[in-house]
Design a protein around this ligand. Structure first.
Ligand code: PDD
Length: 281
């Protein structure tokens, strides 16, 4: 596999970042993940725009222009011969002697891009079966709308899910409301047929897939409410699902071991998944 690191394309196993990189020492950096299908980026512009917003929020300059970034993204797909997969991009504030404030002088931010193939058949099989989620307290900071590499609470929640035999962990705030998954946005379809997903506040990442699915659902004439829901409401729902660049739309069939509806993937969830993947073609 080939990685892009600060202007060079190198084998992933033959690249290095300074040990005083602020991403390494302070999680002082942001990232973005694009899905690639049949060699094409899904929601390319949405992810690019969110990257720009994350960088602006943290005042990290992108070390290359956006047109050059586009070239790098396509080049990493080409050099890794990715048909179906994902592209990972990370920008940190760069390497400087360890000190909490931003470095005083000009420091070149570190830009890293990697890609890997994804097994679409396995992803489709997972969606057709549906996945289980567990619930965990949301231990994250108060600016989850910025896509930073500060992911330790997400890592711990996902690991707890794995150890419980579940696919994802839904994070629950102090008031008992689901914020989102550890790496996905959370949705339910109520008994009244209303799609519910949390409003884009600072407690969640503003998912690019979330926005695309919202638009598709509106086109389908579905009613949508952007508000928080509780775990109890999710357990009474007709359907539940998660969205992200890597899972598209994946039905949730159990929460903490209790079935959602009859415990099978919902038809609206599967229809939205199909529509999203069709739109990408
Ligand atoms: N995760 N919420 C969180 C906390 C996320 O990390 C992600 C994405 C999402 C979904 O956002 P989008 O639809 O833009 O992918 C929601 C990526 C895929 C990751 O960390 O690998």
């Amino acid at each position: 596999r080939i990685a892009y690191v600060n202007g060079r394309y190198r084998p992933v196993t033959d690249t290095a970042i300074g040990i005083e990189d602020r991403g390494f020492q302070f999680a002082d950096g942001v990232y973005e993940v694009w899905s690639v299908r049949a060699g094409r980026f899904l929601d390319h512009e949405g992810h690019r725009a969110r990257l720009e917003r994350s960088l602006n929020e943290l005042r990290i300059p992108l070390p290359v222009g956006f047109p050059a970034l586009d070239v790098i993204l396509h080049e990493i797909v080409r050099r890794n011969r990715i048909e179906d997969g994902l592209v990972y991009l990370q920008v940190t504030r760069g390497v400087a002697r360890r000190d909490h404030p931003f470095p005083p002088g000009p420091v070149r931010p570190t830009l890293v891009v990697t890609a890997r193939a994804l097994d679409l058949k396995a992803a489709d099989a997972r969606a057709a079966q549906g996945v289980g989620v567990i619930t965990r307290p949301d231990l994250r900071w108060k600016r989850c709308d910025i896509k930073t590499v500060n992911l330790l609470p997400n890592v711990l929640a996902k690991q707890a899910a794995r150890e419980a035999g579940a696919h994802e962990a839904w994070l629950v705030d102090e008031s008992g409301h689901v914020t989102e998954g550890s790496s996905t946005n959370a949705w339910i379809l109520t008994g009244e047929g209303v799609l519910v997903t949390r409003q884009t506040d600072e407690k969640i990442l503003w998912g690019v897939t979330r926005l695309a699915i919202k638009a598709l659902a509106e086109q389908e004439g579905l009613r949508i409410e952007e508000r928080a829901f509780t775990v109890e409401e999710a357990l009474r729902a007709r359907e539940a699902f998660i969205t992200s660049a890597t899972s598209f739309v994946t039905p949730v069939v159990s929460i903490d071991g209790r079935p959602v509806a009859n415990g099978a993937p919902g038809s609206v969830s599967m229809r939205l998944r199909a529509l999203y993947l069709e739109a990408a073609e």
